[in-house]
Design a protein around this ligand. Structure first.
Ligand code: HEC
Ligand code: HEC
Length: 470
């Protein structure tokens, strides 16, 4: 597979294991990026804005002398996560000119759009909410008739709707059972259609008897994903490198996938397995796989339960959409603002420090930086997704499905922004509380989970208060 990076500078301060060999990263200053990590490792922006609060909260965490024995009952982070081992926004490309992306209401557009961009947002949102019919091309098998059926509350969010994937293991290899309609199941169908003198009835897919792997995946919210789309591939490669240096035991792996529009190898960042590289591609992918609407990048209908013969009765063969809807969905998601953080209070500031100290932030990277975007509000912005968007080996928490480079145990670090607006957690929604979601971590997440379990109740409460402020 071709390495996506081709020019720029090499981050040279240590040899770490890598799937890319000695990659050359555009944008990385030089080895000084590694050596110049003195004390100031917190995001300089949040340092400026919240400095005083952070210092006081820090004193709380450290126990401020006499109360110290009440505070930290957990072992501190292991040597590989010693101190603050999280990549800072400066290392990821922020300069003193970089400003923070903001938004006003959940479900609204990102702040700072011009009139033409706001019009694109509105038109995209209308299309995203539209309930489509057989005449529009949905089916023959599909999951729902509108993006907003799953991505709602508010529009662009998540209703918690899950969908099913299946496959089987054969001789240690994953078989997505494509000839049986896998790995993604379509649980709706358009029903009876005219066929010659009679009718033919399309029925929903089911998990076939051959499947030994079943996974449920919850609908993810889409707030702020235009910012994630605007992060250069090189940033994720640098981030993986920095994780290898600062916290090797929790180091993530970039998900390398093909961008269909260009044929280029890109860093996937969308979906539970980081299986898709761009919002535009996800739009076309979701249009065919969730709604059964063919479009230029995805011209082939799904064969119901893997059997292509019934497509002879497809009432709407041929290209269902010329790509204009795909563009509009992508517009809406690109311009959809990030979740707004709640007010910072002492307890949540203390909780953020615990979050960093016990190693949560090693994967849930607090802040990232976008590159150039033609949309000014998205260009060179710092934002706070609390994810590195890289794949991690989560052990038994993994969903067993293999997609691209992601094996059955690997999952993308779930972004934690907007967590307070959610009610089910983890990829299959098994956790009904944030506390249970933390306890569900396994594999590379085990050590941080155990350190959480070892915290005294006051520090656990501070950490949970912090997560609720996101
Ligand atoms: C049946 C419910 C359903 C419908 C309808 C649906 N989605 Fe989704 N969406 C999901 C689920 C489930 C996921 C997580 C999928 C995965 O990773 O396997 C998802 C993930 C996404 C993501 C990735 C978000 C992230 O966190 O990286 C995007 C983008 C997206 N959907 C866009 C769309 C668009 C655009 C439409 C309409 C064309 C649509 N979806 C229709 C359920 C749905
Ligand atoms: C090794 C990387 C890693 C570490 C360390 C880690 N997480 Fe996670 N976290 C993940 C991944 C990957 C997921 C998604 C897993 C899944 O659902 O399959 C996740 C999911 C979550 C979720 C659920 C989010 C959602 O959208 O459902 C929460 C909450 C969370 N982590 C909090 C924490 C906290 C708090 C800590 C520290 C105690 C922590 N994580 C440590 C990688 C990590």
């Amino acid at each position: 597979m071709r390495a996506p990076n081709s020019s720029g500078l090499f981050v040279a301060c240590a040899q770490v294991n890598t799937r890319f060999g000695n990659e050359v990263f555009p944008g990385a200053r030089d080895a000084a990026a590694c050596n110049a990590r003195g004390g100031a490792r917190k995001s300089h922006l949040s340092m400026l804005k919240h400095g005083a609060l952070a210092i006081i909260a820090g004193a709380l965490v450290m126990g401020c002398g006499t109360h110290r024995e009440n505070v930290a009952t957990a072992p501190v982070a292991p040597s590989d996560a010693g101190g603050d081992s999280v990549a800072s926004v400066s290392e990821l490309g922020a300069t003193s000119e970089t400003s923070e992306a903001t938004t006003t209401t959940l479900g609204g557009p990102i702040a700072g759009l011009d009139a033409a961009e706001l019009a694109r947002f509105a038109a995209g949102r209308d299309d995203f909410m539209e309930v489509e019919t057989v005449d529009d091309g949905i089916g023959p098998v599909f999951n729902e008739a509108s993006c907003a059926t799953c991505h709602d509350a508010p529009v662009g969010g998540t209703t918690g709707r899950t969908e099913t994937r299946f496959g089987r293991m054969v001789g240690g290899q994953f078989d997505p059972l494509a000839e049986r309609g896998g790995s993604l199941m379509q649980d709706h169908a358009i029903g009876a259609v005219p066929a010659g003198a009679g009718t033919f009835t399309f029925v929903p897919e089911v998990v076939p008897a051959q499947a030994t792997v079943h996974a449920q995946r919850v609908t993810t919210p889409l707030f702020g994903l235009g910012l994630v789309d605007a992060v250069p591939d090189a940033t994720f490669l640098i981030l993986a490198r920095l994780e290898g240096l600062y916290s090797p035991s929790t180091r993530g792996t970039p998900s390398l996938v093909t961008e269909l529009r260009t044929g280029a190898t890109r860093v996937g960042r969308f979906g539970w397995k980081a299986q898709v590289p761009t919002l535009h591609q996800f739009s076309g992918d979701a249009y065919i796989n969730e709604m059964g609407v063919t479009n230029p990048e995805f011209p082939n209908e799904n064969c119901p339960q893997g059997d292509c013969a019934p497509l002879a009765f497809n009432p709407d063969p041929g290209m269902n959409n010329d790509g204009s809807d795909v563009d509009r969905f992508a517009d809406f998601m690109t311009l959809l603002g990030p979740p707004k953080r709640g007010n910072r209070a002492f307890q949540s500031e203390a909780g953020e420090q615990v979050f960093r100290r016990i190693g949560c932030a090693n994967c849930h990277t607090p802040a990232l930086v976008t590159g150039f975007s033609p949309v000014r509000a998205l260009s060179h912005r710092v934002f706070e997704p609390y994810s590195d968007f890289l794949l991690h080996d989560m052990g038994e928490l993994g969903d067993g499905i293999v997609q691209n480079l992601a094996d059955g145990r690997e999952m993308r670090t779930a972004p934690l922004w907007g967590l307070s607006a959610r009610s089910v957690y983890l990829h299959d929604g098994r956790a009904k509380s944030v506390h249970d979601a933390i306890l569900g971590h396994s594999g590379q997440g085990t050590a941080a989970r155990d350190r959480f379990v070892g915290l005294n109740p006051r520090m656990q409460a501070a950490l949970l208060a912090f997560l609720q402020s996101l």
